[in-house]
Design a protein around this ligand. Structure first.
Ligand code: SF4
Length: 140
């Protein structure tokens, strides 16, 4: 490969690690994410990133990253299709609610979800399951 074939881009984005919304520049080398830099003039982060932000690209190609749904079969986690995983979750929630009441179920949301996703989860908890048991990882 010659030097001419190499490409390097800085792509402005928002750190996805928490809800602060710091500005990052994604370093992309030959189409592959290779690092993160702070956006100097970003109105929120003003050129700073916390330790998590600086390493926020590292999970992308991790071999330990789950990128398919998994369910336990005979105690062993195995890959499955989304439809099967969602059916298992729905049946489990329904069973817990029916057998022990809505407050037997709790929901735990994440700073790594969008506001809209967190809103939908609390709405599901309250309107569908009937519980106010909703918490968030920021309170850990
Ligand atoms: S850099 Fe740190 S504080 Fe900023 S959004 Fe990312 S995780 Fe949150």
């Amino acid at each position: 490969m010659s030097e001419k074939d190499l490409s390097y881009e800085l792509i402005p984005s928002t750190c996805a690690y928490c809800g602060t919304g710091c500005g990052v520049l994604l370093e992309v080398m030959d189409g592959r994410l290779s690092g993160v830099l702070p956006q100097k003039d970003h109105p929120v982060s003003k050129g700073a990133l916390c330790l998590k932000g600086w390493s926020s690209h590292e999970f992308v190609y991790s071999p330990r990253r789950l990128d398919k749904p998994m369910i336990r079969k005979d105690g062993v986690p195995v890959e499955c299709e989304w439809e099967e995983a969602l059916k298992v979750v729905a049946e489990g929630l329904q069973k817990a609610r029916n057998e022990h009441g809505p407050d037997a179920v709790g929901f735990f949301t994440s700073a790594r979800c969008t506001n809209e996703e967190n809103y939908l989860l609390q709405k599901f908890a309250r309107a569908v399951i009937g519980t106010n048991n909703v918490d968030h990882c920021a309170r850990l």
